[in-house]
Design a protein around this ligand. Structure first.
Ligand SMILES: NC(=O)c1ccc[n+]([C@@H]2O[C@H](COP(=O)([O-])OP(=O)(O)OC[C@H]3O[C@@H](n4cnc5c(N)ncnc54)[C@H](OP(=O)(O)O)[C@@H]3O)[C@@H](O)[C@H]2O)c1
Length: 254
C-alpha cells in the first residue's frame, strides 16, 4: 500500500518509539493521528513537527484502560479523517517486578493496556477499514508492537511478557480472521530505547547492547522503518518480525 492519501493511527504515538513510528508514516505520506494518554504537550509537539514538514496530523487523547474512551477515539478518527488505513498498536505499560510482588492491579494494568486495548482497537479499526473500498491487492494494515518478553521467559516482567505473548497470538488470529481485507503483523523490538529511569550512556544499557549478536542497542527509527516496510509490502500477514540485533537468537537477559 502506498501511504500517500492514507490515514494512520498510532497509539502512544506522542514520544519515544511511538513518535518514531508516527514520523516514519508521515514521512512516507500518510496523514497521522497521534493517540496519547497523558503526554499532551509531546503529542502537540509531534503534530506540529509533522505539520512543519507539510504533513497532516492530529492528536487525540484516550485512556486505553477504558473501553468507552477507545470507542470515542475511533469515533473521532472517523469524524476528523473519514477513513482509516493503518493502525499501529504501540502504547504499552512496562513494569519490572519480582513474581511474588505482583498485585492484582499491576496484572490488570498490563493486560488491559497491552492486550485488551489492542484487541478493542483492532475490532474498531477493522470496522472503519472495511467501510472504505480498496483494491483487493492493497489490504489495510494493523501492526502490533509486541516485545521479546512475549517470546522469551523474562523472570522480572511476568505480566508484561504474558500480555505481549497474548498480543502475538492476537496478531495471528486476527491475521486469519480479517484477511483478505486487512493484514495484521507484529514487530518484536529488542533493546531499542532504555526506559526513562535508565541512562542510555550508562553501563546497564551498554551491557544489554554488547550481549546481542549485532553487539549494539537499536534506535526507534528501526521500528518506524519496519512499520513502513510492512505498509509497502502487501503480501505479508501474520508475521512477527524481531527488530532486535539478533537478541531472539540468544538467551533472555532477565
Ligand atoms: N523501548 C524499547 O526498547 C522497547 C523494547 C521492546 C518493545 N517495546 C515496545 O514498543 C512500544 C513503544 O515502546 P516505548 O518504550 O516507546 O513505550 P513507553 O514509553 O513505555 O510507552 C508508550 C506509550 O504508551 C502510552 N500509554 C501507556 N499506558 C496508557 C494508557 N493507559 N492509555 C493511553 N496511553 C497509554 C503512553 O502514552 P502517554 O505518555 O501519552 O501517557 C506512552 O507514550 C511498546 O509497545 C513497547 O512495549 C519497546
Amino acid at each position: 500500500m502506498l501511504l500517500q492519501g492514507k490515514v494512520a493511527l498510532v497509539t502512544g504515538g506522542a514520544h519515544r518509539v511511538g513518535k518514531a513510528i508516527t514520523l516514519a508514516l508521515a514521512e512516507a505520506g500518510a496523514d497521522v493521528i497521534v493517540h496519547y494518554g497523558s503526554s499532551d504537550a509531546a503529542a502537540r509537539d509531534t503534530v506540529r513537527e509533522i505539520e512543519a514538514r507539510g504533513g497532516r496530523a492530529a492528536a487525540i487523547q484516550a485512556d486505553l484502560h477504558d473501553p468507552a474512551q477507545i470507542d470515542r477515539l475511533f469515533a473521532e478518527v472517523q469524524a476528523q479523517f473519514g477513513r482509516l488505513d493503518v493502525l499501529v498498536n504501540s502504547a504499552a505499560s512496562f513494569m519490572r517486578q519480582p513474581f511474588d510482588e505482583i498485585e492484582l492491579d499491576d496484572w490488570k494494568d498490563a493486560l488491559q493496556v497491552n492486550l485488551r486495548a489492542p484487541f478493542l482497537c483492532t475490532q474498531r479499526a477493522a470496522r472503519l477499514m472495511r467501510a472504505v473500498e480498496r483494491p483487493a491487492d492493497e489490504p489495510a494494515l494493523i501492526v502490533n508492537i509486541t516485545d521479546l518478553s512475549g517470546i522469551q521467559a523474562w523472570r522480572y516482567y511476568v505480566q508484561h511478557g504474558v500480555s505481549k505473548a497474548g498480543l502475538i497470538q492476537l496478531t495471528r488470529i486476527a491475521a486469519r480472521t480479517l484477511a483478505p481485507a486487512i493484514r495484521v503483523n507484529a514487530i518484536a523490538p529488542g533493546a531499542i530505547l532504555p526506559p526513562p529511569h535508565m541512562d542510555p550512556a550508562g553501563d546497564a544499557w551498554q551491557r544489554l547492547g554488547e550481549r546481542v549478536p549485532l553487539q549494539r542497542t537499536g534506535h526507534p527509527r528501526f521500528i518506524g522503518q519496519t512499520v513502513v516496510f510492512l505498509a509497502h509490502n502487501d503480501y505479508i500477514t501474520g508475521a512477527v518480525i524481531p527488530v532486535d540485533g539478533g537478541e531472539h537468537l540468544i538467551g533472555p537477559a532477565n
